[in-house]
Design a binder for this molecule. Structure first.
Ligand SMILES: Nc1ncnc2c1ncn2[C@@H]1O[C@H](COP(=O)(O)OP(=O)(O)OP(=O)(O)O)[C@@H](O)[C@H]1O
Ligand SMILES: [Mg+2]
Length: 487
């Protein structure tokens, strides 16, 4: 790709970008949220038309005007946003668009058989006949990966393919990627997870603010050079954990059980504390928080706040007690994509804003403040949430809840898909937030994050209590052994 240009509504988001991919290699595309990575790849995938520049494949100039052109040139893309259709089965989603008459058309029996074979070859244990909408986010992501591979393309673009899957599945994916490399395929890999990049990439290209910065052989650079090039400044501390005095117990959960989900879970969280929840995906962490927040009340168990027993039967009860919950599935639950960024931010605190009779001007001030603190890359507060880059959408959801200033903030994978620079800012906000005497429960599957930010970690294993570690005891191996202790 040479001299690629792209603007949206006269805002330039790609300016003279170049990129080249060799057969049989993995080329990582890196950069902060909003740098232009997805846009660049969507041009290659025929989703967007570039305003200028050329694309060559095997040395021949090509023109890509539609997803179909791109497919026919042997390009497949796994999109950052899950694009499957929830009401259709796994197999139907994988073979979507290969209609009767096209050379890829096949009967339903054949389709299910082929899907089963495909999934088996990828070591993905999912029934081809279940509806996609009933699957966990992680499994939906695995299906997207399988789908891209099923096209047998020569160029495979993976836009944050591992944002929702477990370490074990990542390992499996890397296995698949290495096999694809051996077949001479080229892979473009986008991820914010630094350790992944150094494991899998042969080459790395960095974009910043829509501009091409540089390309390197992965072996020639290290983490800090890479980060510096991405954020355009030195980043001293990714995990700026400050020591906050830990106060009295804010909330206690006792003997929480929900059939087939989790059993006899007890824990407490203190004022000023960041309590981490670690464990493998599927260990029951999200389910426990769903119960605590009143989404799926537990079969048995008690909750105490400030030492007094309380009842939470629905989310409104939890909110009434000053609990807020930023869920894992932010795209569906956290954002109204067809509304402006500003409106999205003030949505949750509308009531408070009205109570205080804040005028439009002040509301705007508050919004701008939040946009600035979180460095949300947005041209105008009225810009639609749907047009923000993936990571910036997540920042908007966080901004929305932080404005509510709850006593206990439950965060489920708070920095998934967020770039290193912005991560550090979110961690800083978390520290400031508990410094005011509030508490945070953070579910995280990213080891460095959960160890970097927690005061204490509860490890769950297979729906059961797997162990508890205080900050001095944090060690990756120790957490892992607790995480598998009940399997
Ligand atoms: N359809 C659109 N309309 C308007 N602006 C858009 C649209 N798509 C992307 N943009 C803007 O283009 C810029 C680049 O976005 P892009 O999605 O390519 O970033 P990214 O590097 O993939 O970031 P992330 O790591 O957060 O996924 C952003 O400022 C974004 O708001
Ligand atoms: Mg993106």
């Amino acid at each position: 790709m040479k001299h690629i240009e792209k603007s949206f509504h006269s805002v330039k988001v790609l300016n003279d970008i170049q990129f080249s991919l060799k057969a049989g290699t993995v080329h990582a595309l890196m950069g902060e949220n909003g740098a232009g990575k997805s846009t660049m790849m969507k041009i290659l995938a025929g989703v967007y038309k570039s305003d200028g520049g050329e694309i060559y494949i095997d040395g021949k100039k090509v023109s890509i005007d539609s997803p179909k052109d791109s497919q026919e040139l042997g390009i497949a893309m796994i999109h950052q946003e899950l694009s499957s259709i929830p009401q259709m089965t796994v197999a139907e989603n994988i073979y979507l668009g290969r209609e009767p008459g096209s050379k890829l058309f096949m009967s339903y029996t054949e389709m299910y058989k082929q899907t089963a074979q495909l999934l088996e070859s990828l070591h993905v244990h999912i029934n081809p006949k279940v509806k996609i909408g009933t699957l966990k986010v992680a499994d939906q992501q695995l299906i997207e990966i399988a789908k891209a591979i099923s096209f047998n393309a020569n160029i495979i673009i993976m836009d944050e393919p591992t944002s929702a899957i477990t370490d074990k599945e990542v390992e499996n994916l890397f296995h698949i990627i290495r096999a694809l490399k051996e077949q001479g395929k080229g892979i473009i890999y986008i991820s914010h997870k630094m350790d992944e990049i150094f494991q899998i990439a042969d080459e790395i290209t960095v974009l910043r603010d829509g501009a091409y910065i540089n390309s390197w052989q992965a072996k020639d650079i290290d983490n800090s050079i890479l980060i510096k090039n991405m954020v355009g400044r030195e980043l001293n501390e990714v995990y700026p954990k400050i020591k906050v005095p830990i106060g009295e117990t804010l909330l206690e959960v006792k003997d929480f059980s929900l059939k087939n989900k989790f059993e006899n879970i007890s824990f407490d969280v203190k004022k000023g504390e960041i309590l981490g929840f670690a464990g493998l995906v599927g260990a029951g962490r999200t389910e426990i928080m769903n119960s605590l927040f009143g989404l799926t009340p537990p079969d048995t168990g008690e909750i105490r706040m400030d030492g007094k027993a309380i009842t939470i039967k629905k989310p409104q009860d939890a909110i009434g007690y000053g609990i807020a919950y930023v869920t894992e599935d932010r795209k569906n639950e956290g954002l109204i994509l067809q509304m402006g960024v500003g409106q999205n931010i003030t949505l949750a605190s509308m009531k408070e804003l009205q109570k205080l009779l804040i005028k439009a001007k002040e509301e705007r001030k508050v919004i701008l403040e939040q946009i600035k603190t979180l460095r949300v890359k947005v041209n105008h507060p009225k810009q639609l949430a749907s047009s923000l880059s993936g990571g910036n959408q997540q920042k908007v959801v966080l901004a929305k809840w932080m404005m509510k200033n709850p006593r206990l903030l439950i965060l489920d994978e708070p920095t998934r898909g967020i770039d290193v620079g912005a991560k550090a800012e979110i961690y800083k906000l978390m520290c400031e937030y508990v410094d005011k005497g509030n508490s945070i429960i953070m579910i995280s599957s990213e080891m460095p994050e959960v160890m970097g930010m927690s005061d204490r970690i509860i490890v769950l294993s297979n729906g059961q209590f797997g162990g508890e570690l205080c900050r001095e005891e944090f060690k990756q191996e120790k957490i892992m052994s607790c995480a598998v202790s009940k399997i």
